[in-house]
Design a protein around this ligand. Structure first.
Ligand code: XBP
Ligand code: MG
Length: 225
């Protein structure tokens, strides 16, 4: 079957955003008067837990703390506010090849979608800060963290994207940067291109259709699309 749509992960795939998320988490901790500080090695380990609120709870539990939902929500909202400011100040750029692939695919009639575990507000700020337009102008469907009962590596975000596109998995190609994301896409039946990033290089990408350094010069025709 000819492919009709491309489904993109966000963090690490469209842009190297995790350093911005990390800085924003640390700013939120400072605001809240917490002594928590997430450095690069620690954040690399914490990223195995997808979802910012889930990551906060996991880290707190490692400290023997069990913050109530209100505190987790407040810290996460503060983190996302900092993230928004940092992104608008140019905190992250699209990875090589992403803008060209999106433009070429759109001009060739492919439909585009997003399947991410990050919050919708973060997806919108990234798209606005990089493409300078709202997400709905570019993507036919945007499935974000709050839309799914289970985050990656569960397939929920991808299954919802397929449902929104009204397409079978065989008509789509997924783009991911992490093992968790690849597992989610594969569990939804999707052929997946992996471009490992800053925090995910060296992860296990067994089952990927291709593992590429980035999307520069990416040829859809080479992947049945
Ligand atoms: C990456 C994530 C997210 C972000 C933080 O998701 O795991 O949790 O680190 O975002 P993906 P939130 O690569 O699938 O886009 O704080 O909004 O959860
Ligand atoms: Mg990712």
């Amino acid at each position: 079957m000819k492919r009709e749509a491309l489904i993109f992960d966000v963090d690490g795939t469209l842009a190297e955003t995790e350093e911005v998320h990390r800085a924003a988490f640390n700013a939120a901790f400072t605001d809240a008067g917490l002594a928590w500080r997430w450095d690069v090695p620690l954040y690399g380990a914490l990223l195995k837990v997808t979802g910012g609120k889930e990551r906060l709870r996991h880290y707190a539990a490692l400290q023997g703390e069990h913050p109530d939902d209100g505190l987790v929500q407040a810290l996460h909202a503060a983190k996302n506010r900092h993230y928004g400011v940092m992104m608008r100040e140019g905190g992250a750029h699209l990875r090589p090849g992403v803008a060209d692939l999106v433009a070429t695919a759109k001009a060739s009639g492919y439909r585009l979608a997003i399947a991410t575990t990050t919050s919708r507000v973060n997806v919108e700020v990234l798209i606005d800060a990089t493409w300078g337009r709202p997400g709905r102008g570019l993507f036919a469907a945007i499935i974000a963290g709050e839309d799914v009962p289970r985050k990656k590596p569960a397939p929920d975000a991808y299954l919802q994207a397929l449902a929104a596109l009204h397409l079978p998995a065989s008509a789509c190609l997924a783009f991911e940067d992490s093992c968790n994301g690849l597992q989610a896409a594969r569990a939804a039946g999707l052929a997946t291109i992996v471009t490992p990033g800053l925090y995910t290089a060296g992860e296990d990408f067994a089952g990927a259709t291709a593992i590429l350094p980035d999307l520069s010069g990416f040829q859809l025709a080479a992947y049945g699309a």
